[in-house]
Design a binder for this molecule. Structure first.
Ligand SMILES: [Zn+2]
Length: 232
């Protein structure tokens, strides 16, 4: 009896841990995980900016190739570089909430979670003049309280299904090659135009990889689509 209670408790804890650490889990609320598996659409997303160096370089490449992407911004970085955030919005890209200070939300209670999401929401309104509709948790980590704030702000939570560890800076060609090998219809690709913990973080390799990533995808028959296409 005690043994079976322990195993139920262990299974419950394992399930909660899976929900907390798996960005694609629906245990703690609905998540957009990918587009339709048929067709040719891909979705580019950039996290942790704005960054003074990488974001403008990425915007240049996207403009040249006429690709619309989504940027999940850190509120603190928007406050530091509001002109860069405004350039993202002016170019027609989607901007999502990625918390104010890039805290790991699965360890936070409801008050801190509300403060983090509200502060980023407010700074995007005040500094950029937009009302975000998308949310992505730092590292994808969530807990049962996150959905309360997400629902109150009217957001949709967005995960990803291609991550290539570009933030480890393995070299632009490696980043490009990892994306090329992972491409699949409907994929949401996670890249980083900033560093969640260092507003001066170096994301030049991601910026340098981007033109090749776009070229490879188009040569393989894919189209880049705005994330808002997936918004219900
Ligand atoms: Zn992040």
């Amino acid at each position: 009896m005690i043994g079976s209670l322990v195993s139920v408790a262990t299974a419950g804890a394992a399930l909660a841990a899976w929900g907390a650490y798996n960005p694609r889990s629906r245990l703690f609320g609905p998540v957009i995980r990918r587009g339709r598996p048929g067709g040719h659409a891909l979705y580019l997303t950039f996290d942790d900016g704005p960054n003074q160096a990488a974001t403008p370089a990425i915007l240049d490449s996207l403009a040249k190739e006429q690709v619309t992407a989504a940027f999940f911004t850190v509120g603190r970085h928007v406050n530091l570089y509001p002109e860069v955030a405004r350039a993202v919005a002016r170019a027609g890209h989607d901007i999502g909430n990625h918390t104010y200070s890039h805290v790991k939300l699965h360890r936070c209670g409801p008050a801190r979670i509300n403060r983090e999401l509200d502060a980023c929401h407010r700074v995007l309104g005040d500094q950029v003049g937009i009302t975000p509709r998308f949310f992505r948790a730092p590292h994808g980590y969530r807990n049962p309280f996150v959905q309360g704030a997400v629902g109150r702000l009217g957001y949709q939570t967005v995960a990803w299904n291609i991550g290539v560890w570009d933030s480890d800076r393995p070299g632009a060609e490696v980043i490009r090659e990892r994306v090329r090998r992972s491409l699949a219809p409907g994929a949401i690709i996670l890249l980083h135009d900033g560093d969640g913990y260092d507003h001066r973080g170096d994301r030049s390799q991601t910026a340098a990889a981007l033109p090749g990533i776009i070229r490879d995808a188009r040569e393989a028959g894919f189209d880049f689509r705005p994330l808002s296409d997936l918004c219900a």
